[in-house]
Design a protein around this ligand. Structure first.
Ligand SMILES: *Cc1c(COP(=O)(O)O)cnc(C)c1O
Length: 231
């Protein structure tokens, strides 16, 4: 099977349509790892319609479903073949068994996802990013900006940078302290999901995703980042 992954799309030479066409020409099935490709919602059916034989989406990313779940969509015979690798047949997938609770959780997440107002959802995520950015705006040497990754995880994120000469904390120290505090906060690295961004050597930075936060947690993240960088 031909495995397609979009992560390197800006640098890659073979787009999705070409991938499918080459597979069909040679009679080799094509698989699209679209784990992080929703939103937009239309992606859930777009790739199968485009001709990929199998498409997978993570249950725990844009769908906000159970972390251990995912969708496998496409040709029935291939989906059934994949199922044979898992529980209860005892194949190599047994170790990655998905529980019934998680399957139902994912079904509920998909049903929710197809129903919600995606514009409102986007505004909510943007407001969380803006809350965090606003709390850091007055700290000298810190730059906070909102961005939406082009390829995957296509929702508002926060990109944070600071001048190490003014704030002598490295990226690794900052993420370590966030992780060790209470509550622990997990962040991405400098320019994470922005493969084309570069900064001068004196700049350190972090990336913050907000779509897994519960209501009000954006304020906690804002305060912790503020005390870390202003303190
Ligand atoms: C996140 C991701 C995965 C892993 O998906 P999980 O559901 O978290 O296991 C695989 N492939 C790509 C392209 C991803 O972005």
């Amino acid at each position: 099977m031909l495995f397609f992954i979009n992560t390197f799309t800006p640098k890659g030479r073979i787009d999705r349509q070409t991938w499918v066409a080459v597979g069909k020409k040679h009679g080799v099935p094509t698989f699209n790892d679209a784990a992080a490709d929703v939103p937009p919602k239309g992606r859930l059916s777009e790739y199968v319609r485009m001709g990929f034989d199998l498409v997978t989406f993570s249950g725990g990313k844009g769908l906000l479903g159970p972390q251990s779940s995912g969708l496998l969509l496409g040709r029935r015979d291939l989906v059934m073949a994949a199922r044979r690798c898992g529980s209860p047949w005892g194949g190599i997938g047994r170790g990655m068994k998905v529980g019934k609770e998680e399957m139902i959780g994912l079904l509920a997440a998909v049903e929710r996802y197809l129903k919600i107002d995606h514009q409102a959802e986007k505004r909510l995520l943007q407001s969380r990013v803006d809350t965090i950015a606003a709390s850091l705006a007055s700290i000298p040497g810190v730059q906070a900006e909102s961005f939406v990754p082009e390829i995957a995880n296509h929702v508002p994120h926060l990109s944070l940078e600071w001048d190490y000469e003014r704030i002598p904390i490295t990226t690794a120290e900052a993420s370590g302290r966030l992780k060790q505090g209470h509550p622990p906060i997990e962040v991405g690295g400098h320019h994470w999901m922005q493969p084309n961004r570069q900064s001068p050597d004196n700049m350190q930075g972090l990336t913050v995703s907000v779509w897994m936060l519960r209501p009000g947690e954006d304020r906690i993240v804002a305060e912790r980042l503020k005390s870390l960088l202003a303190g």
